[in-house]
Design a protein around this ligand. Structure first.
Ligand code: AMP
Ligand code: GLY
Length: 442
């Protein structure tokens, strides 16, 4: 029997909890979450309601429980050094220390790391600490620029020309805002192509890839509207994506491998946990959009349900530097994940309103899973807590079948919510393949 401390209360942590509980070792889970996630609550021995960055409460809880290991889901506690604090208290985590978590928390750190260690994948970019030279970079990039707030923004601090910003003046104004807020801003070339996520387990020296996933960051159908944490995602039975070849994935994997080496050289600390490369396939090959130091949400819901290897063994191997001795296996199935989010999300989400989900749909539909996210379970039911609320995952032999399962489920939810009907549909996927063919001149 293993005691595991799990930090986080989203759908990502719900699927992590489920996968840990499926271990042949037998697992007792102890969870820390800001709101009560009913899915995690059902799976754990004890659920402490606390902010996931509340160092004192987590220390006290961990020292009372004395888990065999900890797993941290979200980026904020990693950035705040909860992994470091646990280690100081003798508890090892399958998650990164804050020093290497900078790969995610600082966009300039990630870009500069690639430059310094001559790793391919960067677009043209420049980091600014003040307005000197700011005007010149906008002149150089013309109409194709991206302005990135240099810190954790839940995927909402990035503004892209043509979508969120029009012309140099709006770009300069947002860049000034970022400078005022954080003292630093990254301006970079706008890349055109199809994005994909390649998440890898890392023990500091060895690295193993998970199936590729495509997330949909835009709030509305047709990939329009503001950026969100991710509205849904899909993966294919061959672990590639319909627009992605083995060669493309190898390019991305090579970048992750090199970054793993580089980050150790740079910080003297091993990166342990999940290295999530957010890539984009362009006409000039694979480029890096950003790094995350954790599982992607929703992407984790595409991959963990397919993991055949015991997840506790994977976490143990991450902690004990033995990932190279473990053969990672994933089922060859398609998955489609769709999020149900509050009306008004991401800018003005409805909160504290009831949302009803019938668990009956799960019993009647094999290959369908429900993960609870930003909802609060109260005595009289489930309430929207303001961010992405419920995630449904269809798992089947083909993407079409998996999509149909997820779609049927999101339609059954009652409350002031919306979702993206198009994610995982043949039509949307075909448009992505066509776009790539056009860009590559096929
Ligand atoms: P990030 O938080 O860095 O993942 O950025 C959020 C989203 O902004 C990405 O998923 C992309 O859609 C977009 N984005 C970020 N950087 C670029 C870039 N250099 N070119 C085009 N789009 C970008
Ligand atoms: N799927 C986007 C993220 O986890 O950051």
């Amino acid at each position: 029997m293993k005691k595991i401390l799990l930090i986080g209360n989203g759908a990502r942590e719900h699927v992590m909890a489920e996968t840990l509980k499926n271990s042949r070792h037998g697992v007792e889970l102890f969870a820390v979450g800001k709101t009560k996630n009913p899915g995690i609550a059902d799976l754990c021995e004890e659920y402490m309601l606390a902010d996931v960055c509340d160092e004192d409460s987590i220390r006290e809880f961990a020292n009372r429980v004395r888990p065999d290991m900890a797993v941290i889901g979200p980026e904020a506690p990693i950035a705040e050094g909860i992994t470091d604090m646990l280690l100081e208290n003798g508890i090892k985590s399958a998650s990164p220390l804050a020093s290497v978590g900078r790969l995610e928390t600082s966009k300039s750190f990630a870009r500069d790391l690639l430059t310094k260690y001559k790793i391919p994948g960067n677009p043209k970019y420049k980091v600014f600490f003040n307005e000197d030279g700011l005007s010149d970079i906008f002149d150089e990039l013309g109409d194709d620029f991206v302005v990135k707030a240099d810190g954790l923004k839940g995927g909402k601090g990035v503004k892209v020309s043509g979508d969120h910003l029009n012309g140099k003046e709006e770009g300069m104004n947002y860049a000034r805002e970022c400078l005022e807020e954080a003292g630093r801003v990254v301006i970079e070339e706008k890349l055109v192509g199809q994005e994909f996520s390649l998440m890898c387990f890392c023990d500091g020296q060895s690295i193993s890839a998970m199936p590729c996933v495509q997330d949909h960051k835009r709030a509305y159908e047709g990939d329009k509207g503001p950026n969100t944490g991710g509205m849904g995602s899909y993966s294919a039975p061959d672990h590639l994506l319909p627009f992605l070849s083995n060669k493309d994935v190898n390019e991305a994997f090579y970048i992750n491998e090199r970054v793993l080496e580089a980050i150790y050289k740079e910080t003297d600390a091993h990166f342990k946990g999940v290295m999530y490369g957010g890539f984009i396939l362009t006409k000039n090959g694979v480029k890096l959009i950003e790094y995350n130091a954790r599982f992607g949400d929703p992407e984790v819901m595409n991959v963990l349900p397919l993991l055949k290897t015991d997840f506790v063994d994977v976490c143990d191997a991450i902690i004990n530097d033995s990932l190279d001795e473990l053969e990672l296996e994933f089922e060859h199935k398609a998955t489609v994940c769709k999020y149900v989010v509050p009306e008004g999300y991401p800018d003005n989400p409805v909160k504290n309103e009831q949302v009803n989900v019938s668990e009956e749909i799960l019993t009647n539909e094999p290959g369908l899973k429900l993960y609870y996210a930003s909802v609060d379970e109260r005595d009289d039911g489930l309430y929207l807590a303001g961010s992405r609320a419920l995630a449904f995952v269809g798992i089947a032999e083909t993407i079409e079948e998996a999509e149909a399962k997820a779609q049927k489920a999101v339609e059954s939810v009652k409350g002031p919510v919306f979702f993206r009907k198009d994610i995982g549909t043949r039509e949307l996927i075909d448009s992505k393949i066509e776009m790539m063919n056009k860009i590559r001149g096929v």
